[in-house]
Ligand binder design. Structure first.
Ligand code: MTE
Length: 295
């Protein structure tokens, strides 16, 4: 594990409320067999920052870039509770100084059939969970985003149907898988607010809505938690949400995706792969499961 000394002091002692755009120290992932990086063309930073889904800041793709800048991300803490031997809270500073950061270049496939390739900076979720010592009764993990209506215009909409805070969940073996990442940055710097600052989950073999942003709470549970999109439209969004070209969304096919950035002349439509191309790494987690039933 990295000592506090390798973290630049401006990352540990940044001015209140402004944590974005600071350089992060990290090592490069070396093992492509584990799916830790892809040589595919990366989505330019400007597109990653401009085309976002973060409903707390509005439903339009550019709303998060416009409205998330006022989100206060410092101070920030993350609590870990439930079926663990040592429940507790970590401040962002503790997290940055405790876990060795690495770059992971992952495909991100949204359920809306667009995709990107993003160089994240982060560390395995399993390392954070291990620190709190999950009990054998911990079968699932629930994640929650910050809910702060004063800074999140999307949560104040009277037409909204989301029951805030935004919630997601994984099975414990999915959470412990080496590909499940807690990201604190992208393109070598701290996360832009609209991409989930200061800390978010990235689960590359699942539709993007599982990759919950701006995390404040993790709970280890005995039973499967209720999740935001499943609660809103259970026939459209499942708990598993594994990328799967053979299981259509009720309103559109999942066979292909638009790899951003696209243009009228260059739609960049490519075939979608099972588990978003990570089948070799994660296929065994779902051996014997009916993926049409558990979508
Ligand atoms: N997390 C929260 N809290 N709120 C959201 O609206 N949208 C999800 C996911 N995480 C969302 C969220 C969806 S639908 C996608 S596709 C990804 O974030 C998009 O991540 P990006 O905007 O960084 O590309």
């Amino acid at each position: 594990m990295a000592g506090a000394s390798i973290i630049p002091s401006q990352v540990l002692h940044k001015s209140p409320a402004s944590a974005s755009d600071l350089e992060l120290p990290y090592s490069n992932a070396v093992d492509s067999r584990q799916g830790f990086f892809t040589k595919e063309l990366k989505t330019p930073l400007e597109d990653v920052k401009r085309y976002c889904n973060f409903y707390e800041f509005g439903t339009g793709k550019t709303d998060p870039e416009k409205h998330a800048q006022s989100l206060t991300t410092d101070p920030w803490s993350l609590e870990v509770q439930g079926e663990v031997l040592h429940p507790g809270t970590l401040h962002l500073e503790d997290i940055l100084s405790s876990f060795q950061l690495e770059e992971r270049i992952y495909r991100l496939r949204c359920v809306e059939a667009w995709s990107m390739v993003i160089p994240w900076i982060g560390f395995p979720l399993s390392k954070l969970l291990a620190r709190f010592e999950p009990k054998s009764s911990a079968k699932y993990v629930e994640f929650r985003t910050l809910y702060r209506p004063t800074e999140m215009p999307g949560t104040r909409s009277i037409f909204g149907s989301i029951d805030w805070p935004y919630r997601e969940g994984l099975r414990i073996d999915e959470a412990m898988h080496p590909l499940s990442l807690l990201a604190v940055g992208l393109y070598g710097k701290t996360l832009p607010n609209q991409n989930g600052a200061p800390i978010r989950l990235v689960v590359p073999w699942k539709y993007g809505f599982k990759s919950i942003k701006s995390l404040v709470s993790i709970r280890l549970l005995r039973s499967q938690p209720s999740t935001t999109w499943q609660k809103l439209a259970p026939n459209e969004y499942g708990f598993y949400a594994n990328v799967n070209p053979d299981v259509s969304h009720p309103r559109w096919s999942q066979r292909t995706e638009r790899r951003l950035p696209t243009s009228f002349f260059d739609p960049r439509r490519i075939n979608t792969e099972l588990f978003n191309g990570y089948a070799e790494q994660v296929g065994s987690l779902y051996a014997g499961m009916d993926l049409k039933k558990y979508f």
